[in-house]
Design a protein around this ligand. Structure first.
Ligand SMILES: Cc1cc2nc3c(=O)[nH]c(=O)nc-3n(C[C@H](O)[C@H](O)[C@H](O)COP(=O)(O)O)c2cc1C
Length: 343
């Protein structure tokens, strides 16, 4: 794809993602109630959020969900995110590295990011539809450029179907995923980008993924965003209205994933509409090990490093409050016993 078109698509994504109308209009986590523990037998100061992302000792179970790059504003944003992520010890998923597959200049952008944040725990990112057509060694070179701790493969059939220049080609995706898991030295994570996973989709996965990020419906919705980019009255624009509520909610995707993983050794991660430390606590109580934020982090990064840093502190504080008032000393304790109900 010519670079100018790529660049303008990424700039459109960034602009549209910030519009409230591009979010799912309902969030399943609002329908989850965490039980209050009036007798927590804990001191607030003893609450511990520290969490391990493989060898990386993170401050909490939080990470920045993969976000865009590949346009002039993208690099500055990624630098802000990576610097503050390293400082606060949150891992960070970078946006799709697809461009690097065809444009060598993109590799130097990632090398600059790594140089600016040498201690950051970064995750590479590539789309499943690119994985199908790219030799594994070329994909793994993306991980090397970034010195990434893991590789995230995103699946996004709704977005590709509604994107005017999309690549809605997913045939061979499951095999490609198995192949990359087989060849990769770093853990591979499979994620959706806001439409979640049904039980039927999960049953198809044979690949040895290290984590599944449910990326459920409830926050940023890529059907809406591609509809917002499409020409007026085009099929894509009108179909985006029809499919504005398409997807498996984050809560349902989590329940599906927790049930599916019973005999497997992998982590379940939650993202898609996580907007507060309380949302994160709900996801953790429902069985997630890690929790990702995309749009809320982007909004703060646009305001600058200080705003982002402060917001991250607030998310951690809110999670601590939820843990304290649930009587759980650590995030993993939230998963012990049933501490929530659907309302
Ligand atoms: C501006 C923007 C760009 C994104 N680019 C990517 C991407 O390149 N790769 C990917 O896996 N997900 C991408 N996502 C999806 C997010 O990682 C996340 O799955 C989705 O936005 C839902 O999370 P949220 O509701 O917290 O925004 C992007 C999200 C935003 C807001």
């Amino acid at each position: 794809m010519p670079n100018e078109r790529f660049e303008s698509r990424k700039a459109d994504h960034l602009r549209l993602a910030l519009e409230p109308a591009m979010d799912a209009q309902e969030n399943s986590l609002d329908g989850i109630h965490l039980f209050h523990d009036a007798l927590p037998e804990l001191n607030f100061a003893d609450i511990e959020l520290a969490s391990k992302f493989w060898r990386y000792e993170a401050a909490s179970p939080f990470f920045f969900s993969s976000m865009t790059a590949g346009h002039h504003k993208g690099e500055a944003l990624n630098l802000t995110l990576a610097k503050v992520a390293a400082k606060r010890r949150w891992p960070m998923g970078v946006g799709s590295q697809r461009r690097e597959l065809t444009d060598p200049a993109a590799a130097s952008e990632w090398a600059r990011l790594r140089k600016a944040a040498p201690d950051a725990c970064l995750f590479s990112n590539i789309g499943l539809s690119q994985l199908i057509t790219t030799p594994p060694q070329k994909v793994l070179a993306l991980v090397d450029t970034l010195e990434a701790a893991a590789l995230i493969v995103h699946t996004n059939p709704m977005q590709e179907a509604l994107q005017p220049e999309g690549t809605p080609q997913f045939q061979g995706g499951l095999k490609a995923l198995e192949k990359i898991c087989h060849s990769s030295k770093v853990p591979v994570i499979l994620k959706e980008t806001g439409c979640g996973f049904s039980s039927a989709s999960l049953k198809k996965i044979r690949a040895k993924i290290a984590a599944l990020d449910v990326g459920g419906y409830g926050g940023t919705h890529w059907g809406r965003i591609e509809g917002g980019r499409a020409a007026a009255t085009s099929h894509q624009q009108l179909a985006a209205l029809t499919f504005a509520r398409w997807g498996e909610s984050t809560a349902d995707s989590l329940l599906n994933a927790v049930h599916w993983r019973q005999k497997r050794s992998l982590e379940i991660w939650a993202s898609g509409g996580i907007r507060s430390g309380l949302d994160a606590a709900k996801a953790l109580a429902m069985g997630a090990e890690k929790v990702g934020f995309a749009k809320p982090a982007l909004e703060q990064a646009l305001l600058g490093e200080e705003a982002l840093d402060k917001w991250m502190g607030r998310m951690e504080f809110e999670l601590k409050v939820a843990l304290f008032c649930s009587g759980a000393k650590r995030p993993e304790a939230l998963r012990k016993g049933k501490r929530w109900q659907k309302i």
